[in-house]
Write a protein that binds this ligand. Structure first.
Ligand SMILES: [Zn+2]
Length: 324
């Protein structure tokens, strides 16, 4: 078994994962970033040790601990360089600190990479040698697996598919660029774009559902309104699917992958997005490449973070994952 740690800005989730991806002894704790580095790590370590103890009591053998975190991670040393979840953390040698307190090897990687490790290990990417993973959440994350290995890039930052330009004169992105995929295909961009449309005078049943309070709009509410036939909500969801298709077509032409995996909160609208995205991909990518590339929804659901983090440990121990 491997221990997976989904290190989030609000909650941290820990679980023991077997080689089929089943999760045991899930424990969740509020991360409480404000308590300071030592206290935060101390609380996570006790939780990990308690999951290890429970697993070992049942006779399971633990082989390693994987940690997935948002941000820039130096995977060679397991250091969190910077992270949006932990604004005060800078160059935190997480692997080193953890390995002083936990009797197993610890591996740290970025959360989008963890997502890819999970899908490759036990999800839709099992037995697939080349795939691109895209997460449609608050932002748009990504990870690339080539020849069965995660492609980290020269600086460990590869796979930032969310910041490909898909609209040269598009909306400003958090990264400073204009028209990034993230500005059109993230869950928060759906909310942002419907708010802009409402402010420009468009009407939508979404406003009834939030009692007129724009701050209560979520991408799920927009999706539901689109399902109910609301023209504006449908337009926004369709636009999202088209831009996702543009991004995926670029990735297919560039990498000729066997599989594209789409996850994250907005992937819950997959049934609505997929046909439009697929049509856009077929319109833009080389026909033969678009035909071979499968585009699938991620398969690991709520446990994706824990399973992906455990996948980091599994792949790292097999020494197949580090492509630098
Ligand atoms: Zn960007």
């Amino acid at each position: 078994m491997f221990i997976g740690v989904d290190l989030g800005g609000t909650n941290t989730r820990v679980g023991a994962v077997n080689s089929s991806g089943q999760v045991f002894h899930r424990l969740s704790l509020p991360t409480r970033v404000n308590l300071g580095l030592e206290e935060v790590i101390g609380r996570i370590v006790s939780t990990i040790l308690s999951v290890i103890e429970q697993s070992e009591k049942e006779g399971y053998q633990i082989k390693g601990v994987g940690i997935g975190s948002a941000g820039i991670i130096d995977i060679r040393t397991g250091t969190v360089v910077t992270s949006p979840n932990f604004p005060e953390w800078s160059q935190v040698p997480l692997k080193l600190i953890m390995e002083n307190k936990i009797p197993y090897p610890v591996f740290v990687d970025n959360d989008a990479n963890a997502f890819a490790y999970g899908e490759k290990w036990v999800g839709v990417g099992k037995n697939v040698q080349s795939m691109v993973c895209i997460t449609l959440g608050t932002g748009v994350g990504g990870a690339i697996i080539l020849g069965g290995r995660l492609w980290h890039g020269f600086d460990g930052m590869a796979g930032e598919v969310g910041h490909m330009t898909v609209q040269p004169n598009g909306l400003r992105c958090n990264c400073g660029n204009y028209g990034c995929l993230e500005s059109y295909a993230s869950a928060s961009s759906v909310v942002r774009r419907i708010k802009l449309a409402i402010q420009s005078g468009r009407t939508t049943i979404v406003m009834d559902q939030v009692n007129g309070d724009q701050d209560k709009i979520t991408s799920t509410i927009v999706y539901q309104a689109a399902l109910e036939g609301d023209p504006l909500a449908k337009e926004i969801m369709e636009e999202t699917a088209v831009y996702l298709g543009i991004g995926i077509a670029n990735l297919i032409n560039l990498l000729n992958p066997e599989l594209i995996v789409v996850g994250g909160g907005l992937a819950n609208a997959w049934d609505m997005l997929y046909p439009i995205t697929l049509a856009e991909v077929r319109r833009r990518a080389f026909a033969s490449l678009a035909q071979t590339a499968q585009i699938r929804k991620a398969s690991l659901g709520d446990d994706a973070g824990i399973i992906g983090a455990a996948g980091i440990a599994s792949f790292s121990l097999k020494e197949v994952a580090y492509a630098i």
